[in-house]
Structure formats: C-alpha cells, structure tokens
Write a protein that binds this ligand. Sequence first.
Ligand SMILES: C[S@@+](CC[C@H](N)C(=O)[O-])C[C@H]1O[C@@H](n2cnc3c(N)ncnc32)[C@H](O)[C@@H]1O
Length: 376
Amino acid sequence: MKTELALHERTLSLHRFPKRNNETLQAWDAGDEYLINHVEELALEPNRHILILNDNFGALSCWFSQNHNVTVMSDSFISHQGCKANLTLNQCNPIKFATTFEAISSKVDLVLMQLPKSNRHLIWQLHQLRNALPQNVPIIGVNKAKEIHTSTLKLFEKHLGTTTTSLAWKKHRLVFSQADSIQLKEVSPVTSWEVEEHGFWLDNLPNVYSGESLDLGARFMLQHLPSNLGDKKVIDLGCGNGVLSVKLGQLNPDISLTCVDESFMSVESAKRNLEHNLEGEREIRCIANNCLDNFEAKSADLVVCNPPFHQQQAVTDHIAWQMFCDAKHVLDNAGQLLVIGNRHLGYDVKLSRLFGKSNVKQIASNNKFVILQATK
Ligand SMILES: C[S@@+](CC[C@H](N)C(=O)[O-])C[C@H]1O[C@@H](n2cnc3c(N)ncnc32)[C@H](O)[C@@H]1O
C-alpha cells in the first residue's frame, strides 16, 4: 500500500488516521490527485485563500499549504486528526481547522471540495457556500465518476449555481461551480422526526448517520436496552443522534451518560437530543473522539455500540474491532458491552476472541440483526 504521493516533482508522505501497521487503505485517492493536477495547471498567485472541504486525511491540505493560506472544514474528528498528523509529518505550514457546521468566511479565493457521502451534508455545504461567497470564486468538487449523478449536479445548480463537469480521469470527475443560483430560503440544518413507538423526537444535523429515519439496527436495539442500571456509568460509542442514550436515559433516571462519535454534527445532535428528551439532573458528556482514545481504564460499567462498517468511503470492520478493544479497556471488572450488528458481520467471533467465549451471550435476534452482550 502506497504512502508516498509523488506529483510535480514533489513527494508527500501520507497516512490514514489512526496510523496502523498493517494498513491496507491509502490515505488519498485519484480525486485528490486530479484536483492537485488541475489547480497546478491554473498557476495561482501565491498566498491565495483556499478553502478545502472534506479533505479525508490531509492530502489536499498538505499540498496547498506550501504556497497558500489553507482552511480545512470537515465534520470528521478523524479527518482533522489525520490532517494534523500529516501536516506535521511533512513539515507543512500551519493551516486553519473548522467543522462544517461553522460559518464560511467570505475571504476565500478558491474552494476545493471532496464531495461528501450524504446528500444532506452536500446540500448544507452548497447552501453555506452560496450564502458566503461572491460568484467570482471558483468552486471545484471531485468524486468518483459513478457517484456523480445527474441528481448530484441538479443539487449543485439549485443550491449553489452554474455547474459543469470535466471528463473522467482515473474514474474521477471534477465538478466546476460558482455561487450564482437564485438565492433560496434558508436551508434548515436540522431534520426532526419522532421515534413513534418510544414517544420522543430526534434532531439530526446534516451529517448524522441515518439522519432522515431511524436506523433499523437502532430500532431493534431500543427494544432490548436494560432498565435496571441504577447509577451506573454508561458510554454510547458511535452515538450518532444519541438515540440509544435517550432511551437508556429515559429507562434509567440515575445513570451518567457519555456519548462519543467521530462526527462533530453527531455529537452536537446527541447533546441537543439528550437535553430535549431527558428530565432531571444527571451527568451528561458528549465528546468528539476516535473510539475511546484517551479514556481512563475501568471507568465505565456499560458500553452500548451500534458499530460503523465504513471509514469515509471505504467498507471496513477495523473500527468495530477498535471499538470492542477500547470498550474492554474502559469497562470496569464485570462491566458489559452491548453490541448490535447485522447477522453476517460475525461480531460474536470477534467478541469471543476478546472477552472469552463463555462471557459472550446473545440477548436477542431477528432475521437481520443479533444483539450480543460481552461481560468483562
Ligand atoms: C451505525 S452508526 C450508529 C449510530 C447510532 N448509535 C444508532 O444506533 O443509530 C455508527 C456511528 O459510529 C460513528 N463512528 C465511526 N467511526 C468512529 C470512530 N472511529 N470513533 C467514534 N465514532 C465513530 C459514526 O459517525 C456513526 O455515527
């Protein structure tokens, strides 16, 4: 697996975050290379203000920080950490960091954008760009050609302005746009819906996982959450909109709750949802983090987890494994990890390896999911 990006007689060393010895996934893609090649051909004056949206692990930030003032905006804590590590590794100039929920400065000369996976996040970002930028600022997006549909370009036209595309290169295409559409009414960043069977509402910021309807796994898990926890310390690992924590908090008025996610918008959504839906005084923390990095050992009694099976565009189970390992470390003796997963993912094998076969129990199952409990 390559870790050296060599272009235009320059080489960058780039790693994903967290850095793993047996990594099989590259820290940049052909889309990053296409953008770099295209912008190099523009021969920009130095010290331009370049806004980079959704840089995965810092390939674009590292490249353009050499001659320009770079701000990177991303909803991903992991991307922020990856960018920082790669900037340090390559001795790059400092850049500014922001989340995609922050306002966009109008002092921008060029926008480069890896298109986000979710259309809600894309619409939010296009809307933000439309509101912030004059129409003479070029906005150049990139994605795999097969992910750029006619509907994607229509979103650009509607929420941002005039849009054209490039030819495909290494299966990627560039999208050229500018902020000149008829200005629409405000796009609300929040989508709210009711979890009907359980009688509470959830607010979802644009990049929240399953932000337009309840995840099927979460729906099943809601029916099997414990109600006998007393004043235990509970962690919701990969909390998304905090749906599992809200239910746990309602069932257990005295627990303390810590919600952790690598998406800043998820953490903010979970915080709002816990505030809106839970009554009374209790300790609540909502934290953007990579799994349970830097959490104290033996500091929790229960970890609930509906693990992800993607890291950015890549399908992978290494995050689930990391979550299980971290949960074991952070659980007190006799503490429990409650996990939901699709049947075919084989989490029982992973948990048995980690906790011992006799300490892993199936709590419930249906034709699609299993809920497993591992006791430390
Ligand atoms: C399958 S979703 C579950 C969301 C919510 N708990 C539910 O049940 O609907 C997995 C969540 O894990 C988060 N996630 C992915 N990688 C992570 C990481 N390395 N550390 C923390 N959270 C992560 C994702 O952002 C996503 O919100």
